[in-house]
Design a protein around this ligand. Structure first.
Ligand code: FE
Ligand code: FE
Ligand code: ZN
Length: 275
């Protein structure tokens, strides 16, 4: 089995997200650690975080997959933007300690013309500040579609970052089906894509799946998510991903353009695909 859920709003607090996930049929979920456009985060109420932790274990949830703000660019060419992103990452690591044992996903960033090597140096520097031996969160680099100057357009770019951080045991990868498809990986043969992942990164470092269809053809480098079964990837391929024996036990997060009703339907659809 896999865990399945979708991205939820965090405005009503932690326990409310757990209950909202259950209502939609999920047993995991994603949430933004702060306003997706960045800025100062809301104060965490410890009793609310504790209540969620209890709720998750009582209801046998899989690991949660928190998402960093989209604007967090650790490898910007502007020092003030890099500093802002780094401070946000460090602060988020402290916040994640309120819900220990979960995952925190982020986009490596855009190098905006400096080249991927310079960008990776900045990303590694930031991770070395944020990742500490005693932490209880696993941080995930997300596979990207390769839109513009995005870092993480292939497995090699993510592996190069993992290889250089001081605490690689706290750094894994989240595979986004829309992004790898747009990046040119043919997931109609999921096994060979995972062989490639294993060879380059190591399959044991794959900790979560972002489950999306794509509005665009393979290799388009566009990153436009579509509802499950309504895009260019399609149900048959996505079903083979859900059923892939090597992905069992992972949290799958829907980031499809849906309302609650749509997510309820997609979660039920995917549960029907599980073996
Ligand atoms: Fe993402
Ligand atoms: Fe994603
Ligand atoms: Zn995307």
């Amino acid at each position: 089995m896999i865990y399945i859920g979708n991205h939820l709003s965090s405005t009503a607090g932690f326990l409310a997200m757990g209950k909202a996930a259950t209502k939609l049929g999920g047993d995991t979920f994603a949430f933004f650690t702060r306003n997706p456009r960045g800025g100062k985060a809301k104060e965490i109420v410890k009793s609310d975080a504790d209540a969620l932790m209890e709720y998750l274990s009582e209801n046998k949830f899989g690991p949660l997959v928190a998402h960093a703000p989209y604007t967090m660019n650790l490898c910007s060419d502007k020092p003030d933007i890099r500093k802002f992103a780094r401070d946000m990452l460090v602060d988020d690591m402290e916040r994640m300690e309120y819900v220990p044992g979960n995952l925190y996903n982020f986009h490596p960033g855009s190098h905006v013309g400096q080249g991927v090597e310079t960008a990776s140096d900045y990303i590694v520097e930031a991770l070395d500040e944020a990742l500490t031996p005693g932490m209880h969160t696993t941080v995930l680099l997300e596979t990207m579609a390769g839109k513009g100057s995005e870092v993480g357009r292939n497995f090699e770019e993510l592996a190069a970052i993992r290889a250089r951080v001081r605490c690689p045991e706290h750094l894994g990868v989240c595979l986004d089906t829309c992004h790898v498809w747009d990046g040119g990986y043919d997931i109609s043969d999921i096994d060979s894509v995972l062989d490639e992942f294993d060879r380059v990164i190591g399959l044991e470092h794959l900790k979560a799946i972002h489950m999306n269809d794509s509005m665009n053809v393979i290799g388009a480098h566009k990153d436009r998510h579509e509802k499950i079964g309504e895009g260019c990837i399609g149900s048959e391929i996505l079903k083979s991903v859900v059923r892939c024996p090597r992905l069992q036990g992972l949290p799958f997060i829907l980031e499809t353009p849906n309302d609650d009703e749509g997510y309820t339907r997609e979660i039920a659809l995917i549960r029907g695909w599980m073996k």
